[in-house]
Design a protein around this ligand. Structure first.
Ligand code: ARG
Length: 571
């Protein structure tokens, strides 16, 4: 296991800080804000000035004097109020590139403090087809799952199926209304079930009595009515099968396929605990807990009809995740419009003491919008199904691929089109800041140029082709020009990029980096020939850098849940 360039530089700083008796908390360098002056800068002296009661320039000079003895560093200067500007020696850069290339993690360290993280994403609902709103939870959630795991945390992902809410009573009521009873329920497939749900939804929207009836049936289902439970089992099973197919296409991985219904017994326990602790109050027939901030709506433990709602289910699920899975951290990748819900749930979980020292975080994402800036709809104004969206993208990608190509079967081309289409959808989602919404771009999102998934995939395919054509083995990196040096320094950022994406729970940091790296590679390749370079040592060195870029881009795509085709065809 080798250290990345950034880690090595930080180690050097740490050693010097420690020797000088300075707090090593500030012993780290970041990519320089002034690339004309230096490669990296360390602002530790400024941070330490107060506690050391010294002029920051004085502290910086002490550190600089030590750093200047290090032959890995070409130039160290103290500038401005006390910035340390550091320029690396080319041989040091080359050495770290060789080490990164020979390491399967490219020098990125695993965390020394692994945590058990439960990730709650997906959040599909029984009988409702996955729509574009579910895309972001699956895509961002899966990306964060891979990032956390890569960093070394122990992650358990749970889909948290919506199978216990009022929509269940609505469908059951609708089937009874149309069939007379539930005897035919077990013959219905997912399309029929979804159709019942749509009709039920329309009915309950305009008919208060129908809604009331649905609530009553939901409560009876929850309380164990055997006829309802049997029909419900079937609805759940059919839905789950359809949902699993969708997630397979999206390559989203769930360790657990639990649902809200699995928290039923634990919800009962939560109610008992709340009563025992004197926290629960009866309010308008419902059992509630008030929050510290009285202006916020209270948490409803038991609804006036006797059923458990969304909130108590989430609180009970926390208890299960802590008791059964030993969760130390729980992350929810859910629409940011549910922020209040999570605030309420986290506060009550803390109040009840069911999750001591557990960290909660709601990673709220913005909506996928249409050109009008409103949540994405189909032409007829309905919600866009995920399957339709994927089909649409596939069609778009196929326009730019040849129908036939030498050396490729139809299946190869079909697979390539799928990888590109899914990659384009995911990249478009992940290139945007998680919290902001974005307009689903139907024209340019699958182009091979610009900030797109296919652009990165294409960069990988291009390097694959260079490696095939090179007819030689990659060998030791040597830095011979500015473009090689710039590329190497970009490569060296991988470590802090992943660390930042993990700390901020922000996959767009990875997509930004992948795009920049691919661009810097392009400049490098335009300036520094590989295949036509007469000096074989230089050519083999560039080939090694190219291969390293390919592997890092592939890792970046993996962290975004995107596959890269080995080669990419163009019409
Ligand atoms: N099924 C919910 C919905 O469609 C999302 C579930 C999110 N996860 C959670 N633990 N509440 O709104």
């Amino acid at each position: 296991m080798s250290l990345s360039l950034e880690n090595m530089l930080n180690k050097k700083l740490e050693n010097i800080f420690a020797a000088l008796g300075l707090d090593t908390k500030f012993a780290f360098a970041k990519v320089s804000d002034r690339p004309d002056l230096s490669d990296f800068q360390c602002n530790g002296a400024l941070a330490l000035a107060k506690s050391e009661r010294k002029n920051p320039r004085e502290i910086a000079t002490l550190i600089a004097t030590e750093l200047q003895k290090d032959s890995d560093l070409a130039k160290v200067s103290v500038d401005g109020p006390g910035f340390l500007n550091i320029t690396l020696d080319d041989a040091f850069i080359a050495k770290t590139m060789n080490e990164a290339a020979d390491d399967e993690r490219f020098g990125v360290q695993k965390t020394t403090t692994p945590r058990k993280i439960v990730m709650d994403f997906g959040g599909p609902n029984v009988a409702k087809a996955l729509h574009v709103g579910h895309l972001r939870s699956a895509v961002i959630g899966e990306s964060l799952r891979r990032i956390e795991e890569f960093v070394g945390h122990d992650v358990v992902s749970d889909v948290h199926l919506g199978d216990w809410g009022t929509q269940m009573g609505m469908i059951l009521a609708e089937i009874i209304l149309q069939d007379g009873d539930l005897s035919k329920t077990e013959t219905y497939n997912i399309d029929e079930i979804s159709a019942f749900y749509k009709q039920a939804n329309a009915r309950c929207k305009e008919n208060e009595a129908a809604k009331e009836n649905a609530r009553k049936i939901t409560a009876e289902l929850q309380n164990g009515d055997p006829v309802y439970r049997k029909a419900w089992q079937h609805l759940r099973k059919e839905s789950l099968e359809a949902i699993k197919k969708n997630y397979l296409v999206l390559d989203a991985h769930f360790d657990l396929w639990l649902g809200e219904s699995d928290a039923h017994d634990a919800s009962g326990k939560i109610v008992e605990m709340a009563k025992d602790q004197g926290l629960a109050k009866i309010d308008d027939g419902a059992l509630i807990i008030r929050l510290a901030d009285d202006s916020k709506p209270p948490v409803i433990l038991v609804k006036s009809d006797g059923g458990f709602g969304y909130q108590v289910t989430d609180i009970a699920t926390i208890k299960m995740r802590v008791d059964d899975l030993q969760a130390q951290e729980i992350l929810y990748v859910v629409d940011k419009r549910q922020a209040l819900h999570f605030e309420q749930v986290f506060e009550v979980a803390e109040k009840l003491g069911i999750a001591p020292n557990v960290k909660f975080k709601h990673i709220g994402f913005g909506t996928v919008n249409g050109a009008d800036g409103k949540p994405f709809k189909t032409r007829d104004g309905g919600v866009m199904n995920l399957e339709d969206l994927i089909a649409l993208s596939l069609e778009k990608v196929k326009e730019s691929l040849p129908e036939e190509a030498e050396g490729y079967t139809n299946t190869d081309i079909e697979k390539m089109a799928e990888q590109i289409a899914i990659g384009a959808i995911k990249f478009q989602d992940l290139k945007n800041n998680t919290a902001s919404g974005y307009v689903f771009e139907l024209e340019d999102f699958a182009k091979f140029e610009g900030k797109t998934g296919p652009y990165i995939q294409y960069a990988i395919a291009r390097i694959n082709s260079i490696l095939r054509k090179a007819g030689m083995e990659p060998k030791d990196v040597v830095i011979t020009n500015k473009e090689e040096r710039d590329l190497a320094l970009k490569i060296a950022q991988l470590n802090s990029v992943i660390a930042r994406a993990e700390a901020e729970k922000e996959p767009s940091i990875i997509s930004d980096y992948a795009y920049n790296l691919a661009q810097v590679f392009s400049s490098f390749y335009n300036a520094s020939s590989i295949l036509n370079e007469p000096n074989k040592e230089v050519a083999a060195s560039r080939l090694k850098l190219a291969k390293l870029v390919r592997d890092i881009l592939q890792l970046n795509l993996y962290l975004m849940g995107i596959e890269a085709p080995e080669a990419m065809l163009k019409k």
